[in-house]
Write a protein that binds this ligand. Structure first.
Ligand code: ADP
Length: 332
């Protein structure tokens, strides 16, 4: 393989730049020309690219977001869009493409390989950590640290004012971020989409805490959690606001709501994410050089592994029951 392409796609995640840096530099080290496409799949269709040199990725390992920028591209969801992308890559002599992104981007990549014969390798980067075939995705560790940092600050006020805080965490489908950040931040309750919780259970836990002298409480709620505490009284009826109102109506306690929102996606990548991104990025190039494609890089038990994209997409990662149980025991 003489020329490869690289792009970032879908939601951004801290560490995407570190992965790009590793791809470019390992590619050049192996005598390959590396072309970076901007705005995800849109850049493949519009031929927005530049040839990368070692210096093109200088000073980016510590930067959040992605210097290539990312986009959602509807046109790529059509066969014609993918044909344009395939033709552009072939015209440039690029036969392999590394996609740094999430599951949606990998679905697109799989189709590009199947229909257009471009060899694709995926590098999983998402703060949701919701992709199979790897223990962790790039960006997750940084997001956990960001949430912990925010909760540390909230805890200062919660303790001083003896208040209940309901903190809403990103995660529409999966609760990995809320679970890991909740355990690390010492949250009293963690509500995740995988385990709908009843208002009765939440109130009983709060009551139990008050009885043994607890004066404050932090409840971490993933965006997509289900439960019986939703009402339609308020337009702001996100889980955190809904739960806050329900606790007030049931127990008479005032609560404060914090929705962390997009600040969870930004920031300088943590050491773990920089190392993971560097390893995965370099490994993705190695895979293409070895003629392996249609695969996604992963880290399983600290080792680099390649999993067929199809299999990784089918394997729903499981919530770690031990961590869930532990977070409950430690917060009683
Ligand atoms: P993520 O990669 O973070 O999961 P998205 O799901 O938004 O993000 O996907 C990013 C882009 O990947 C989409 O804008 C689209 O261009 C492409 N894509 C997603 N799903 C498909 C699909 N089923 N077929 C073709 N392309 C897709």
């Amino acid at each position: 393989m003489k020329k490869i392409g690289v792009m970032t796609s879908g939601g951004d995640a801290p560490g995407m730049n570190a992965a790009l840096r590793a791809i470019v530099r390992n590619g050049i080290y192996r005598g390959i020309e590396v072309y970076a496409f901007q705005h995800g799949f849109q850049g493949l269709i519009n031929r927005k690219f530049s040839r990368m040199q070692r210096g093109s990725v200088a000073d980016i390992i510590q930067r959040g977001g992605t210097i290539l920028q990312t986009a959602r591209c509807e046109e790529f969801k059509t066969e014609e869009g993918r044909a344009k992308a395939g033709k552009n890559l072939r015209d440039l002599g690029i036969s392999g493409l590394i996609i740094i992104g999430g599951d949606g981007s990998f679905r697109g990549g799989e189709l590009l390989q199947k229909e257009q014969g471009i060899e694709v390798v995926g590098v999983p980067a998402t703060i949701d950590n919701d992709i199979g075939g790897t223990d962790f995705c790039i960006g997750f560790d940084t997001a956990v640290n960001t949430v912990i940092d925010a909760v540390n600050k909230i805890r200062d006020t919660a303790t001083s004012h003896e208040r209940i805080f309901v903190v809403e965490i990103m995660g529409r489908e999966r609760g990995f971020l809320a679970l890991y950040a909740g355990l690390a931040a010492g949250a009293e309750s963690i509500l995740i989409p995988e385990r709908p919780t009843s208002l009765k259970d939440i109130c009983e836990k709060l009551e139990h805490g008050f009885k043994r002298g607890k004066k404050h409480s932090i409840i971490m709620v993933a965006e997509g959690v289900g439960g019986d505490f939703y009402t339609n009284r308020d337009l702001r009826n996100t889980p955190a606001f809904a739960l806050s109102e329900a606790i007030r109506d049931t127990m008479g306690h005032e609560t404060r709501v914090i929705v962390l929102g997009h600040l969870q996606r930004g920031g300088a990548p943590s050491a773990r994410d920089r190392i993971l991104a560097s390893r995965m990025g370099a490994f993705a190039v190695d895979l293409l050089c070895e003629g392996k494609s249609g695969v996604m890089t992963g880290m399983v038990h600290e080792k680099m592994v390649a999993t067929p994209i199809k299999k990784a997409l089918e394997q729903e990662p499981e919530i770690n029951e031990e961590i869930l149980q532990l977070s409950h025991i430690l917060s009683l």
